[in-house]
Design a protein around this ligand. Structure first.
Ligand code: DAH
Length: 410
């Protein structure tokens, strides 16, 4: 054992060996009387020596470190067993020879010392030892030129392996960051969470019923066309928007309901700088008694100012969606020309940022909510477009190419 005090513990032939030249293994195999120790002071000194040896061996393991977890655990177990093994551990011998065989006058003093030693020995339990023994770094372990360290059972080297050079720079693990789309999605979520909305999610593989029918989108609507939508089978699609989760949530929670629904959506679009067959939306839905279009305008104006800046103005235009009546589109004053007209806003001074409207009574009915008692407003926006606007990115494809040089800018 490399952490042994010196030689292997051969049985003692010469019982008159002077105390100083005996190692711990030899001493614990003798009684105190055989060791010639007759007073409390000498016994205290002997126990102090044992504690120091134990602490020294523990320290040695920690300074040494282990190549890997397996070696570390083996080292910890070997030291633990050397001291604490029930049958042949040093403390077992010590108990047998020093404590049990102590003279009646010395027994109380030996007992106290023994207890103290036992307490100190709890730091040799494997879990505690293993926690304290450091693993040598992987790079060091790979370095062939580093001195190879003997396994636990090999004899102790006469020269200690060099300790780690603390002046070397440490290893830097490159830190990742949240994807810009995720960052923008969370920013949007936070604004609505602050208004008392909750986050709801739903399946990306959706039934035709929830994706279209329940939302009042008729069979003849172009969005149902094979050329626009990715069908899995005739009744199942990759959802084309987050709106089907409106119906699922109404059925699940009933009214009143204040939710936003972030998630991936899919359409049969060829990728170009503004289109991707997979993209992200955040849907909003507020249902309560007496909800009016004024609530919709107030909430979305508040949101736009929070997200795009307090100076932002909003403008609401009539539009059409089968699941809202009336329907609208929200535009914000162009952030680049402040409404003067520029290339970004195509000289209009406005940029469209979402669709919205009052939830169609038929949609409420499909969700199991009585349109005579409750009304609601809803909106849907494209997160990818928001990220493009926010970070001034001119190609949506950049978000999905996983190019670190692009992503690490966020
Ligand atoms: N689902 C629509 C789309 O994908 C967006 C939308 C418009 C959602 C108006 C709404 C809404 O909830 O009220 O184009």
């Amino acid at each position: 054992m490399f952490f042994g005090g010196g030689q292997e513990c051969a049985p003692l032939r010469n019982s008159a060996l002077p105390l100083d030249s005996m190692n711990i293994e030899e001493k614990v195999r003798k009684t105190l009387a055989e060791l010639g120790l007759g007073d409390a002071e000498a016994i205290a000194a002997l126990f102090a020596e044992v504690r120091a040896a134990m602490a020294g061996e523990r320290r040695e393991l920690i300074e040494r470190g282990a190549r890997d977890e397996a070696e570390r655990d083996a080292m910890a177990k070997a030291l633990r067993d050397r001291w604490l093994a029930r049958k042949n551990g040093l403390l077992a011998h010590l108990d047998e020879n020093w404590l049990k065989k102590a003279s009646p006058e010395l027994k109380p003093a030996v007992g106290r010392q023994f207890n103290e030693l036992r307490r100190a020995a709890s730091t040799l339990e494997v879990a505690e030892l293993a926690r304290d023994i450091p693993l040598r770094s992987r790079a060091e372990a790979r370095d062939e030129s580093a001195p190879s360290l003997p396994a636990v059972d090999e004899p102790r080297p006469s020269v200690r392996p060099p300790l780690k050079d603390l002046t070397l720079p440490g290893y830097r693990r490159p830190l990742g960051s949240l994807h810009p789309i995720t960052q923008v999605q969370r920013e949007i979520e936070d604004i609505f969470l602050g208004l008392g909305f909750r986050i709801e999610t739903g399946p990306e593989i959706e039934t035709v019923y929830y994706n279209f029918d329940a939302l009042n989108i008729p069979e003849s609507h172009p969005s149902r066309d094979d050329w626009d939508t990715l069908y899995i089978d005739s009744q199942t699609v990759l959802r084309t928007h987050t709106s089907p989760v409106q119906i699922r949530a109404m059925q699940k929670y009933g009214a009143p309901l204040y939710i936003i629904i972030p998630g991936k959506c899919y359409r049969r679009d060829n990728p170009d700088s503004t289109h991707s067959p997979m993209f992200h939306q955040v849907e909003g839905l507020a249902i309560d008694a007496d909800i009016t279009f004024a609530d919709l305008k107030g909430a979305l104006d508040f949101f736009a100012r929070k997200f795009f800046g307090q100076e932002t103005r909003t403008s609401f235009h009539p539009s059409f969606f089968p699941f809202t009546e009336p329907s609208g589109e929200v535009a914000i004053s162009c952030r680049f020309c402040r409404g003067e007209g520029c290339r970004v806003c195509k000289q209009s001074g406005w940029i469209e940022v979402m669709g919205c409207g009052m939830v169609h009574p038929e949609v409420l009915r499909h969700g199991g909510i009585d349109p005579e008692r409750y009304t609601g407003w809803a909106f849907g926006l494209g997160v990818d477009r928001y990220a493009m606007m926010k970070y001034d990115v001119n190609d949506i494809q950049l978000f999905f190419q996983s190019d670190i040089r692009f992503l690490e800018q966020f």
